[in-house]
Design a protein around this ligand. Structure first.
Ligand code: SF4
Ligand code: SF4
Length: 391
């Protein structure tokens, strides 16, 4: 199937995908830590030909991604996607978990939190407090369960739906020392720093604590929201801080509407508008541009409508803005590619959930029917960016 879809003959070295504008990154999630799902997602999306897999900065998660890639490469001979770890310089939506104590919830609550969670990260059961008695005749009952911490990726959709205001947000900052240790292990190819870009001091502090360990990386990415007119100024300040230590490629992840890709067509508009504005600005710092935040099935169509899909980046004087690093005689694309997060996890996650409900926790390669179904979903998302041609 991989060969029939054209993946084997189309995938190239990840940085070449950035230059061509057909880079695809799978975002496992800076806070998503379900090791079994991450392994299977990495396997499926490696087979679909992604260029990079972005995951939490945690050794067990990096191991799971590596295992998924390795099993995929045993199935079909493909180049490895880069492994990227995500860290934050301050409070950030991507680095938080929902928390609540189910014993404080009214037992008869209709549990909208459970229904709204896109990650199936909340499970609750109503149980009787009178041991052994069925619910119908017990004098009292209570809720048990709560948030499955590893599955919660902090999207925040459960917070406003709780009628009793029981859900709290627990934010955290990844420890720079632990991240530096992870970078020393040599099985991480790239790092992404999530920043609000409003507190340059926090960014500088984090960068200074990591700069000695980024020398062997292939890519340093900065993920930032749209700050309107201040965006380029903030990017220039961050680039000035990073530049003395940058020995590899760098990328700006334009986070249009964080963690909203699984919602629908409207979610992708902010990401496209942000990308359109940034690609037209001349005095921005060096680095590839990549979309994220609201990316989904509609994103490639939106990029095409905006004239940004794999469009060469030519200045008004007719010169390639990256003249110093021409690629195959063709100018670099103005947008390097797309990162898919919640939507990518959702379409393959449906298959993983089905497999797990029938087989329990399982390695997807042991169930070829599920693997093929999951791969079809992954190819439906990756294929339009990579322009696979069915052979
Ligand atoms: S924050 Fe999002 S992922 Fe986490 S439990 Fe709430 S709805 Fe689920
Ligand atoms: S919606 Fe609120 S009160 Fe109801 S079960 Fe969920 S957390 Fe508890």
């Amino acid at each position: 199937m991989v060969e029939k879809s054209g993946v084997s003959s189309s995938v190239c070295y990840p940085v070449d995908s950035l230059k061509k504008g057909n880079w695809v990154k799978l975002i496992c999630g800076a806070s998503f830590e379900d090791v079994a799902d991450i392994r299977n997602l990495s396997l499926v999306y490696t087979l679909a030909g992604v260029d990079c897999i972005d995951c939490a900065a945690d050794a067990s998660i990096v191991n799971a991604v590596n295992e998924g890639i390795s099993v995929a490469k045993d199935i079909v001979s493909l180049r490895s996607p880069w492994i990227m770890i995500s860290v934050n310089d301050d409070v950030d939506l991507h680095f938080r978990k929902a928390e609540f104590d189910p014993s404080e919830c009214p037992p008869n609550c209709s549990r909208p939190c459970e229904k709204v969670c896109p990650a199936d990260a909340i499970t609750l059961q109503r149980v009787t407090s009178d041991e052994g008695l069925p619910l119908e005749i017990a004098s009292s009952s209570k809720l048990e369960g709560g948030v499955i911490r590893g599955r919660c990726y902090g999207c925040g959709r459960c917070f406003p739906v709780c009628p009793y205001d029981k859900i709290r947000s627990n934010t955290y900052v990844r420890c720079p020392t632990a991240t530096a240790e992870l970078l020393k292990r040599n099985n991480v190819d790239a790092i992404e720093i999530h920043t609000s870009a409003r507190e340059i001091n926090s960014f500088e502090k984090l960068w200074n604590s990591l700069a000695d360990f980024v020398g062997h990386l292939n890519l340093v990415a900065v993920s930032l929201p749209d700050l309107g007119e201040s965006t380029v100024d903030a990017m220039n300040k961050m680039y000035t801080i990073m530049n003395p230590f940058l020995k590899c490629y760098n990328l700006w992840q334009l986070d249009g509407r964080p963690m909203s890709g699984d919602i629908g067509r409207g979610a992708t508009r902010d990401a496209i508008a942000f990308a359109a504005r940034m690609s037209s600005i001349k005095d921005k710092p060096h680095g590839f541009l990549q979309l994220a935040g609201g990316t989904n099935f509609h994103t490639v169509g939106g990029l095409k409508e905006a004239g940004l899909f794999q469009t060469p980046n030519i200045q008004e004087d007719g010169n390639d803005v990256h003249q110093a690093e021409r690629f195959s005689g063709w100018p670099y694309a103005s947008i390097g590619g797309v990162a898919y997060g919640g939507y990518a996890r959702k379409i393959v996650g449906r298959v993983l959930n089905k497999m797990q409900s029938e087989e329990g926790p399982a390695h997807i390669e042991r169930y070829p029917d599920y693997l093929v179904e999951a791969l079809e979903e992954a190819l439906s998302l990756v294929g339009p960016v990579k322009c696979y041609t069915l052979s």
